[in-house]
Design a protein around this ligand. Structure first.
Ligand code: PMP
Length: 322
C-alpha cells in the first residue's frame, strides 16, 4: 500500500513477489526512514493457521512509525494485511514442530527527494518466508559477547523503535562478537555502561535460585519484545515470582559466580527462547552451563505449546488466519 498526505493509505492489494525498482534519490536509501516487524504464522495439527499476538506487533509498528515520523497504519489494517497474504499463500505455512512462516511487514520512505524531512510518499508491504526450527539439532546454549566499545541506543534515541538504522548500527558489534568466538552480542546502557539492555535481536531473562525470574525493565532504549512480554505472563502462570527492574552487569557476573543466578536466557520471535551458555568480554569469561536449565526449558515448552496449539490459549494470544 502507498501513503501520501493527500490520499492517506491507498492502492492496497496483493502483488506477485518481485524486485522493487527505486529511484537513486529515494529517501529511505539515504536517511533510513524505515521500520519493520517480525512475527510468525504457525500451522496447528488440525491444519489451521494462526498468528501469535499480531495486534501487539501492529501496536509496536505504530509506535515505531510515530518515532520515525512515518504515517500511522491502523492495527486492524496491519493484521488484515497479514491475513490476506497468509490466506493467499497458505500452502507456504509449513507443518512440523517449530516450523513456521516468518512474516516481515515493513514501511519505508519512498518519496524521491534529497533533503532531511519526513517523506510525503511512503510504502507499506509484507513479505514472508518459511522458517524451519531455529535449533535444528536440539536446543543448545549460545555464547554472548559483552561489547564495551559499542552501545545500541541512548536516551531520546530510537532504541525502542524497530527501525532499520538500529540494526545498521549494531552490525559492527555483532561482527565483534563473531571475531571473539561468540554467537551474539549483548549491549549495556549508553550512559553508564552498567545496565544490561538486550542482545542484537533478543531480550534477556535471569532465573534466580529462589525461582524468581527477572528481566531488565523497559527504559525507552530497549526493544519491547512481544516474546519478553509474553514470558512475564507465562512465568507468573507457572508460579514464578516475576520482576522487571534494572539489572547491572556486576549483578549478572557476581550472580552467576555465586550461584544466585541459576539460568540466563534470551527470547525473541525467531528462536522463542534460547539458553545462554557463556558470557565473554574483553579480559574474561563466565560459563553459565552447557545444557538448558529447567526453568528455561519449561518456559520454552509453555510458549511453543501455546503457539502450536498444544496448550489452551488462556490469554487470547492466538489469532486465527485460516
Ligand atoms: N530486541 C531486538 C533488538 C529485536 O530485534 C527483537 C526481535 N524483534 C527482540 C528484542 C525480540 O522481540 P520479539 O519478541 O518481539 O521478537
Amino acid at each position: 500500500a502507498t501513503w501520501t498526505p493527500e490520499a492517506g493509505w491507498h492502492d492496497a492489494g496483493l502483488r506477485p513477489y518481485a524486485p522493487l525498482s527505486l529511484d537513486p534519490a529515494t529517501a529511505t536509501l539515504h536517511y533510513a526512514q524505515a521500520i519493520f516487524e517480525g512475527l510468525k504464522a504457525y500451522r496447528h495439527d488440525d491444519g489451521s493457521i494462526w498468528a501469535f499476538r499480531p495486534e501487539a506487533n501492529g501496536a509496536r509498528f505504530a509506535r515505531s512509525a510515530a518515532r520515525m515520523a512515518l504515517p500511522e497504519l491502523p492495527v486492524e489494517s496491519f493484521v488484515e494485511s497479514l491475513d490476506l497474504l497468509v490466506r493467499t499463500d497458505a500452502e507456504w505455512v509449513p507443518s512440523g514442530s517449530e516450523a513456521s512462516l516468518y512474516l516481515r511487514p515493513f514501511m519505508f520512505a519512498s518519496e524521491v527527494f534529497l533533503g532531511v524531512r519526513p517523506a510525503k510518499h511512503v510504502t507499506y508491504a509484507v513479505i514472508a518466508s518459511p522458517a524451519g526450527a531455529y535449533f535444528a539439532s536440539g536446543v543448545k546454549p549460545v555464547s554472548i559477547w559483552l561489547t564495551s566499545e559499542y552501545t545500541r541506543a541512548a536516551p531520546g534515541g530510537t532504541g525502542a523503535a524497530k527501525c532499520a538504522g538500529n540494526y545498521a548500527a549494531s552490525l559492527i558489534a555483532q561482527q565483534e562478537a563473531l571475531e571473539n568466538g561468540c554467537d551474539q552480542v549483548c549491549f549495556l546502557d549508553a550512559l553508564e555502561g552498567t545496565w544490561v539492555e538486550e542482545l542484537g535481536g533478543m531480550n534477556l531473562y535471569f532465573v534466580r535460585s529462589d525461582g524468581s525470574v527477572t528481566t531488565p525493565e523497559l527504559t525507552g532504549t530497549i526493544l519491547e519484545g512481544i516474546t519478553r512480554d509474553s514470558i512475564l505472563t507465562l512465568a507468573a502462570d507457572l508460579g514464578h515470582k516475576v520482576e522487571e527492574r534494572p539489572v547491572s552487569i556486576d549483578e549478572w557476573r557476581d550472580g552467576v559466580a555465586s550461584g544466585e543466578i541459576t539460568e540466563v536466557f534470551a527470547c525473541g520471535t525467531a528462536a522463542a527462547i534460547t539458553p545462554l551458555g557463556r558470557l565473554a568480554w574483553d579480559g574474561g569469561e563466565l560459563s553459565m552451563g552447557e545444557r538448558p536449565g529447567p526453568v528455561t526449558q519449561a518456559l520454552r515448552e509453555a510458549l511453543l505449546d501455546v503457539q502450536y496449539g498444544r496448550a489452551p490459549d488462556r490469554h487470547g494470544w492466538m489469532h486465527r488466519i485460516a
